[in-house]
Ligand binder design. Structure first.
Ligand code: ADP
Ligand code: ASP
Ligand code: MG
Length: 397
């Protein structure tokens, strides 16, 4: 029997008619024989309204505990509405809010951005399982948690986390995120209306997109996506949980510290005021492109540009670049440094600061470190690859 976790975002329950349509879509799948847990967000912009009202009313001394209680009222209202609508359609349902005995999501006391206690949550989720066994559709508040009988929140947009967390703990067949777009698009359709729908996206891609600002899914929701659980994002206007949208696949074997297998060559092209001239960087990358050479990283500075490529391609690239340099008015010379080892670090335990300290304490100079919100790319001389690998892996554990 399929076990579906269906999460309805604010717009998809944005008015009475939509709540009814959403409940009907749940009822239809239930009648086909699926077990369903519903996760609901606050109606439309209720959370924003509650925050604004609070800020207007209380200008000082608002505790985080009080704040979480107030902003949580949006979800606490919508579960009641949704569950009653299901019952009106003849489906046995129970709303579950943080003050319910059966509430499953347990967190720490960081009220407005609480961390989930996975072990306790896994235990409590059995409460939902016993409801499902009785043919009841639990309707759970998204976004909220509980710490010692107090409401906490998982942070803005946190209902997505609730859905995947419950999906993981219940070993669900599928997690369905119902929202106001057809799925994940090539960019935010509010920014570019021609944005195209993606049929599927990997967990890694989706996490990166979300971490860099795409609101369509909370960046931490997929921390709880098991590879065996299907997941998709669909539009509420299809009024059908079976609707097509964007499938989220994976994750594949996750390697928090990944060392590229070959030595990586670094070639530096020298010239004057390179950052102020148009076309220098693109000419250098085009030379590689035209010759089928993969570029790992290009590091442009005012007076030099360093490119990192597989050392197997380096002799060819070196000659091509030399030809280009002697013909160019802006470039003067090139050189090739020692080969490097390239690490991609995505372990949440290793921050910029920890990495910098680790290298300094062990007297290792990095050739280049490139930080983004989701990944650190580290180049060190090839001879240090085992030492650095060991340091990083010891730190991670
Ligand atoms: P919900 O209330 O259902 O959780 P959100 O407003 O949090 O919905 O997320 C959906 C919104 O995400 C869309 O309306 C869209 O504007 C925005 N968005 C940003 N980037 C993307 C993208 N790449 N694909 C789809 N939607 C995106
Ligand atoms: N209602 C909450 C918010 O607006 C949570 C959510 O929608 O996921 O942030
Ligand atoms: Mg959202």
């Amino acid at each position: 029997m399929d076990l579906i976790v269906a999460k309805f975002g604010g717009t998809s329950v944005g008015n009475g008619k939509r709540i009814r349509k959403a409940a009907e879509s749940v009822a239809r799948e239930y009648k086909k024989g699926s077990e369903i847990v519903v996760v609901v967000s606050a109606v439309n912009k209720t959370t924003d309204d509650l925050i604004n009202i609070t800020n207007d009313a209380i200008t000082c001394n608002l505790t985080e505990k009080q704040h979480a209680e107030i902003v949580g009222m949006g979800e606490r209202t919508s579960v009641r509405l949704f569950s009653a609508t299901l019952e009106s359609l003849g489906i046995k349902s129970l709303f579950i809010d943080p003050y319910s005995e059966l509430w499953p999501i347990i967190t720490d006391s960081n009220y407005m951005e609480a961390r989930i206690d996975l072990d306790k949550t896994k235990e409590k989720v059995n409460n939902l399982k016993s409801l499902l066994d009785q043919g009841i559709v639990p309707v759970v508040c998204g976004f909220l948690g509980k710490c010692k009988n107090q409401v906490t929140t998982l942070g803005r947009g946190g209902s997505d986390i609730t859905a995947f967390l419950i999906g993981e703990c219940l070993n669900a067949t599928e997690v369905i995120i119902v929202t106001d777009v057809d799925g994940v698009l090539s960019t935010d359709p509010q920014k570019i209306s021609e944005a195209e729908l993606l049929e599927s996206i990997t967990v890694d891609e989706m996490k990166t997109l979300a971490t860099h600002g795409a609101q369509v899914l909370h960046p931490h929701a997929l921390d709880y996506k098991h590879p065996k659980i299907d997941a998709k994002i669909i539009n509420y206007n299809k009024e059908d949980l079976k609707a097509e949208g964007t499938y989220i696949t994976g994750p594949k074997d996750y390697k928090p510290i990944d060392l590229y297998e070959n030595p990586v060559a670094s070639i530096t092209i020298v010239g004057k005021s390179l950052l102020n001239k148009v076309g220098i960087v693109s000419a250098l990358s085009n030379i590689l492109l035209e010759n089928g050479i993969n570029l790992f990283k290009m590091n442009p500075h005012h007076n030099s540009i360093t490119v990192f490529i597989d050392s197997e391609d380096a002799d060819k690239a070196y000659e091509l670049y030399h030809d280009h340099v002697v013909k160019s008015e802006d470039l003067s010379s090139i050189s090739r440094d020692k080969d490097t080892a390239m690490f991609s670090i995505t372990s949440p335990e290793i921050s910029e600061i920890t990495l910098a300290n680790l290298l300094t304490e062990n007297d290792i100079d990095a050739v280049l470190i490139n930080y983004t919100k989701t990944e650190i790319l580290l180049f060190v001389e090839w001879e240090f690859k085992y030492e650095v690998s060991k340091l990083l892996n010891t730190y991670k554990n």
